[in-house]
Design a protein around this ligand. Structure first.
Ligand SMILES: [Zn+2]
Ligand SMILES: [Zn+2]
Length: 91
């Protein structure tokens, strides 16, 4: 499902980038327009993208990457369960 625009909740979660995930390829706070946060108020404080939100999926993957939960960085295999647990606890 494609949501072209961030939800009000997305705007609240990513205020510096107008509700989008920050574009890491640029200096400073630039929105990545391909990754709107489509979270709702029902979402976890640290949503891992379970709701289908592209921004939070990316945020979770970035966390898992930095925290070393990717067993095989080449093929993208991740220890999802462990990463999820750590993510919800706040890393
Ligand atoms: Zn989100
Ligand atoms: Zn969400």
């Amino acid at each position: 499902m494609i949501y072209p625009f961030p939800t009000p909740e997305g705007l609240r979660r990513y205020p510096e980038t107008q509700g989008y995930f920050p574009d890491r390829s640029q200096e400073g706070a630039h929105p990545d327009l391909d990754l709107p946060c489509t979270c709702t108020v029902e979402c976890e404080a640290r949503c891992a993208g379970d709701c289908g939100c592209e921004a939070c999926t990316m945020q979770f993957h970035e966390f898992a990457d930095h925290a070393g939960y990717f067993h095989h960085p080449d093929d993208g295999q991740m220890d999802v369960e462990a990463a999820n647990e750590a993510y919800r606890k706040g890393g």
